[in-house]
Design a protein around this ligand. Structure first.
Ligand code: ADP
Ligand code: MG
Length: 303
């Protein structure tokens, strides 16, 4: 057979087709900023974490500007246990006292942040790890949480210690990196007016960063297929109104509340779409961004 009679294998053809199908998405998103919240199981699993890192490098390579914000609740809990630092709880919520917030910062801005930056670097990218303390990135204030006493029906303010919420994001450092080959990886630590350290929910931090950068997409990786309805079925598409209804009737609860609230806020702002995806699915970020069917839950503000 002459060399010109080359016929590709089916598998080769599929690869070429997949790449070709991604072209319109690459063209559409080149130059756009995507904020990606990395968390849950995907972060604890070595092979999933390496695939995630590779996906982020691919985004950067095709001209998208990925900004990674990560969580780390389970790793913080494990370190507190290891150091035998006991936490107190109010209304079921962990109180972050001075000793605890020190560990929170060490685990988030130290170990986890560097693990992710290193994984991205090993995948061929150039990542830089930052916490909200770097470059005035996340200025925070104490989070006010209230609960209603079921007997008296009086609202009382809970003191959760050094748990904060973003007050002001200074995106200068992230904008500078967007014009370079560098991929920023952000630990959800905020700094208060007096220099105190705040532990911020990573979903909330990712949303604040997405808003400050007017990101086109906010992508949240978690341990479930997406937002589930009352019967446990995946909800593939939500609007701010339908998402709020799910929070109000209690279908969306616990850790899904800050995720959905953050997505609502983002799409009511400049963000075109927010996605809640199953981080246990290999290459879930690529599947969502570069293929037509989409995966997980998409939140869009369509009037
Ligand atoms: P992450 O580490 O990704 O932030 P969280 O545990 O904080 O994960 O939040 C995700 C969790 O929210 C799910 O594992 C699930 O237990 C809970 N959850 C509550 N309501 C829902 C819902 N309607 N759909 C999906 N998950 C929900
Ligand atoms: Mg969470």
């Amino acid at each position: 057979m002459a060399k010109t009679d080359f016929m590709p294998h089916d598998e080769q053809l599929r690869t070429a087709e997949t790449l070709s199908e991604a072209l319109p998405y690459m063209r559409r998103f080149a130059g756009h900023t995507f904020v990606i919240k990395f968390g849950g199981h995907a972060m604890g699993d070595e092979s999933l974490a390496q695939m995630f890192a590779r996906d982020v490098v691919l985004l950067k390579q095709v001209g998208i500007n990925p900004v990674v914000v990560h969580g780390g609740g389970p790793q913080i809990g494990a370190m507190l246990d290891r150091l035998k630092i006991e936490s107190s709880f109010v209304s079921g919520l962990r109180v972050t006292d001075a000793a605890t917030v020190e560990i929170v910062e060490m685990v988030l801005a130290g170990r986890i942040n560097k693990q992710i930056a290193s994984a991205i670097n090993r995948a061929g990218g150039t990542a830089i790890g930052l916490s909200g303390k770097d470059g005035h990135l996340i200025q925070a204030r104490r989070l006010e949480r209230t609960v209603r006493d079921p007997e008296s029906n009086i609202e009382k303010v809970l003191d959760l210690g050094f748990v904060g919420e973003p007050e002001r994001i200074d995106p200068t450092v992230l904008r500078t990196l967007a014009d370079s080959d560098i991929i920023p990886v952000v630990a959800p630590i905020g700094v208060g007016a007096a220099g105190e350290t705040y532990n911020i929910n990573a979903d909330t931090a990712a949303g604040a960063v997405a808003t400050a950068l007017a990101a086109s997409k906010l992508v949240m990786l978690t341990d479930v297929p997406g937002v589930l309805d009352k019967s446990g079925e995946l909800v593939t598409r939500l609007t701010p109104a339908s998402a709020r209804a799910l929070i109000e009737d209690g279908t969306v609860a616990g850790g899904m509340v800050p995720k959905v609230e953050t997505c609502i806020e983002a799409v009511e702002g400049a963000t075109e779409a927010a996605h809640i995806l199953d981080g246990r699915i290999p290459h879930v970020v690529l599947l969502e961004i570069f293929t037509a069917p989409g995966v997980g839950t998409m939140i869009v503000d369509t009037a």
